[in-house]
Design a binder for this molecule. Structure first.
Ligand SMILES: Nc1nc2c(c(=O)[nH]1)N[C@H]1C(S)=C(S)[C@@H](COP(=O)(O)OP(=O)(O)OC[C@H]3O[C@@H](n4cnc5c(=O)[nH]c(N)nc54)[C@H](O)[C@@H]3O)O[C@H]1N2
Ligand SMILES: Nc1nc2c(c(=O)[nH]1)N[C@H]1C(S)=C(S)[C@@H](COP(=O)(O)OP(=O)(O)OC[C@H]3O[C@@H](n4cnc5c(=O)[nH]c(N)nc54)[C@H](O)[C@@H]3O)O[C@H]1N2
Ligand SMILES: [Mo]
Length: 783
């Protein structure tokens, strides 16, 4: 069993407890008189993220929630006051008044409508510490209160999470077992990166990213002669490899490309017969579909060329090249955040199965190398301590991205992964640690749904739109204002996070808030188990021991860890190769699919009779036709990608994000050809619009994006010009006023933000002031 390395002199900062952990890195913190004055990257991080530089200034700035606050109309108990959400001023109240209000409302809803009427899905990344993980705290609290309607899967990768168990295995498991970069550096000859390998996205890892190594590994692979192909509408998605070949594919067409590659591999007999026979089921059914036997055209490169925008010869050549070389094909998560996203993953599984390199050191399959800092890291898989949430007595979670459907259509039936379910009738929404007004699609539709429940409670650090659209806002501390443990899967470190700052104004940590509420509701001691925060840190640390040992890590006792301030686990002694055990012996180590093999055809999925998912990787022509129709009206395909200057909406108000804005608006990438046709010049402000909404953005012209495609980052705080008006212009550039709120398909019901069509025109009116980061208006009121 490997032991934990002991800190050397270099780790003085850790021992002196100067560290803080964020999802994008560990930093050394300097404070002066209760103020945060500086953060600096730690020595063991090879390529630290600049995002941390946003903390000073932002953490103790004007955007913080200072006191508990209640929306005026709600506090007054006006009839039909729900329409006032996002429009009315707030009244600052005492903690006692706010908590009494929340507790009595929880009781009322539970008594009158049952626990199912409470929505606690509360999606969101919150902060990095494992104990003060807002979502876990909320779930534990609501579970002990009798349960709540939860959400399942992620915005990130729901379509993939749902399709893969039927055809390859559990995605979470696969993600942690990705072939180490060091193996690829030695063996991989061709790395096909669908959606690229953007360095910006590998800045983050849920729970912490201590060592940013993607840049280093891309260089090593290149040095060893690995050839990279960037299959993406955007050239700089593989900026880490300057000589990468760029195949500028149309968004949403990757499935067609991969089907055509499969067709070539079969027609030219370039596929691995032995692998297919031993490790897969359903080859004949899939091959017949590719040949166009029952219906439809053969899925040839000539068929795929007009769909993808690539040359048929280029597609054929790519297939031959893949068959000849040790080839890894990776797909960014973004590719499945689209209509029919499930099929892109299925087609990826099919191509790599035909190539027969799955389970080998230099080839095979990848899901999201570079989508975070996790995949491929040669670090222990141990994720560290975690806060147990307990069991939920209400067992009817909704697919996470169907929240607006749920709020708008209580009682309606919907299809999900082979089952028919019914949306619950939600009366109270409780959120801690997420920003729906950042993350959900078609915000104007969301707002309509958001005004249906009777009560919305939000814990927030900052006056985000999420807080401004709540009834009761409870101010939460940041990580810098409390103690915690920083730790993440495949990261290799555990960090003692000390308290560096006093709580801002009257902010409290989520645990303290729920403890007080649980007290009022009669289960205080069950919730706290009599522990203070330090007691809990020790408790969850101890509870993580068996999982640590299973991963070959012997944790020191808690006091030693806390005194050292930092653990770095020895790297795994064995190189990791994804699905190697399955390849070595498929009988002894079968997949978790129904057949135990890779399912090129899935009888399970076929049995549901979904026309858009007939049981094998599939190109759904009616969906394509529907998109083409939209495109005739809205000719530009809008990609909303992850921001390099922040994590989602977090620290949009910080220095790093602010410096990237153009006249205060979010930058948007556009091809000069599309700009010329609209008389738009570099650096100008434009209006981006479709039938769902409109926003302002600042244009960056670049030839490095496919004409007909524009790209903007997510995360600019939603900032309606006139909150009193429906569908008001967003002054700031949140793409979700434009995106479509339909599930990826009935299979995954995932977020389909990337399927979005818009038009753009120059904005010549005077620029409205950005108010997103300002607190709402406050008024005084007492009964
Ligand atoms: N158009 C489009 N939309 C997308 C995507 C896309 O690609 N395109 N991507 C989607 C994806 S993959 C994701 S994961 C989501 C991300 O969506 P979210 O995870 O909801 O986004 P964040 O901005 O990280 O929101 C976290 C919020 O929690 C608050 N917070 C932080 N720490 C604490 C704490 O300790 N306590 C409390 N109470 N609050 C805290 C922060 O201030 C912040 O407002 O967005 C999705 N939305
Ligand atoms: N700095 C930073 N890093 C992050 C995050 C963040 O907020 N900030 N968020 C994290 C989270 S929660 C997640 S889920 C991951 C998401 O990770 P991803 O989903 O991989 O990230 P994206 O930036 O959305 O997309 C990557 C690239 O895919 C390309 N792309 C989009 N659509 C298509 C398509 O149809 N076909 C092809 N071939 N390419 C396409 C776009 O050009 C885009 O630049 O990122 C994580 N990393
Ligand atoms: Mo995500």
């Amino acid at each position: 069993m490997s032991t934990v390395s002991h800190p050397s002199d270099d780790d003085r900062a850790a021992a002196e407890h100067q560290l803080t952990v964020t999802h994008w890195g560990t930093y050394r913190v300097t404070t002066d008189n209760g103020l945060l004055t500086a953060v600096e990257p730690v020595a063991w991080d090879r390529q630290p993220s600049k995002i941390g530089l946003s903390l000073p200034g932002a953490v103790q700035g004007n955007s913080r929630v200072r006191l508990p606050a209640v929306r005026l109309g709600y506090l007054q108990g006006k009839p039909d006051n729900r329409e006032g959400r996002g429009k009315e001023p707030f009244v600052e109240v005492s903690w006692e008044q706010a908590l009494t209000l929340v507790a009595s409302e929880l009781e009322r809803v539970k008594t009158e409508h049952g626990n199912q009427a409470i929505y606690g899905g509360s999606y969101g990344w919150s902060s990095a510490g494992r104990f003060h993980h807002a979502q876990s705290q909320l779930h534990r609290f609501l579970n002990q209160f009798g349960g709540y309607t939860a959400s399942t899967n992620t915005y990130s990768i729901a379509a993939g999470e749902r399709v893969l168990p039927h055809i390859l295995g559990d995605l979470d498991e696969l993600q942690r077992q990705h072939t180490h970069w060091a193996e690829l550096a030695q063996h991989c000859e061709l790395f096909v990166a669908i959606g690229g390998l953007p360095l910006r996205n590998a800045q983050v890892n849920g729970g912490g990213a201590n060592d940013h190594a993607l840049g280093y590994w891309l260089q090593r692979l290149s040095d060893n002669g690995c050839q990279f192909i960037n299959v993406s509408p955007v050239r700089n998605d593989l900026a880490g490899v300057p000589d990468a070949k760029w195949l500028a594919i149309r968004p949403g067409s990757d499935t067609a490309l991969l089907l055509a590659i499969c067709q070539v591999l079969i027609e030219e007999d370039l596929f691995q017969h032995d692998f297919v026979a031993r490790y897969t089921v359903g080859f004949e059914r899939y091959a017949a579909y590719l040949r166009g036997d029952q219906q439809g055209e053969a899925k040839t490169p000539e068929w795929a060329a007009p769909i993808t925008g690539l040359e048929a010869t280029a597609i054929r050549q790519l297939a031959r090249q893949m068959a000849k070389k040790k080839t890894l094909i990776n797909m960014a998560w973004s590719v499945q955040r689209a209509r029919q996203g499930e099929q892109a993953y299925w087609a990826l599984v099919a191509v790599t199965a035909l190539l027969g390199q799955i389970g080998t050191p230099g080839g095979g399959i990848g899901f999201g190398y570079a989508s975070t800092n996790l995949a491929g890291a040669d670090r222990r898989r141990f994720s560290g301590p975690r806060m147990p949430a307990g069991d939920n007595a209400v067992d009817t979670p909704i697919p996470v991205a169907r929240i607006a459907d749920m709020l708008l259509h209580p009682g309606d039936a919907y299809e999900f992964d082979g089952k028919t379910r019914t949306y619950p009738d939600i009366r109270l929404v409780y959120w801690a640690g997420g920003n729906t007004f950042h993350h959900h699609q078609d915000l104007n539709r969301l707002i309509e749904g958001w005004r249906r429940p009777e009560t919305v409670v939000v814990h927030e650090q900052y006056w985000t739109a999420q807080a401004k659209f709540a009834d009761i806002v409870l101010p939460a501390t940041t990580s810098l204002e409390r103690e915690d443990i920083g730790s993440a899967s495949n990261d290799g470190f555990m960090i003692a996070m000390r308290q560096h700052l006093p709580p801002f104004a009257e902010a409290r940590d989520d645990y303290a808030i729920f403890s007080l509420l649980a007290d009022k509701l009669g289960f205080g001691s069950r919730f706290t188990e009599g522990r203070d925060v330090r007691g809990w840190l020790e408790n969850i640390y101890q509870a993580s021991r068996p999982r640590a040992e299973a991963e070959g890590i012997a944790l020191p006792d808690f006091a030693t860890f806390w005194a050292q301030g930092k653990l770095e686990y020895a790297r795994p002694s064995e190189p990791q190769i994804l699905l190697k055990a399955f390849r070595d012996n498929p009988d002894a180590a079968p997949l978790s699919t129904p057949s135990g093999k890779i399912e090129l055809f899935s009888a399970t999925v076929a049995a549901w009779g979904y026309e858009e998912a007939p049981g094998h990787a599939y190109w759904h022509a009616p969906e394509q036709a529907a998109q083409q129709k939209q495109k005739r009206r809205w000719p530009l395909h809008l990609l909303s990608s992850q921001p390099r200057t922040r994590l989602h909406s977090q620290y949009d108000h910080g220095l790093v994000s602010q410096q990237s804005k153009i006249h205060g608006r979010e930058p948007l990438w556009m091809h000069p050809q599309d700009a010329a046709a609209r008389d738009i010049r570099d650096g100008e402000i434009v209006k981006v619009f479709n039938d769902r909404g409109e926003l302002l953005a600042g244009v960056i012209l670049t030839p490095d994006i496919l004409p007909g495609v524009v790209q903007i980052s997510t995360g600019a705080w939603y900032d309606p010009l006139d909150p009193q008006q429906a569908r008001s212009l967003d002054k700031h550039g949140n793409p979700n006023v434009l995106t479509t709120d339909t599930g990826s398909s009935r299979l995954g019901q995932g977020c389909s933000a990337q399927t979005c069509f818009v038009d753009i025109e120059r904005f010549d009116l005077p620029l409205p002031e950005i108010t997103a980061w300002q607190p709402p208006q406050f008024v005084k009121w007492s009964p």
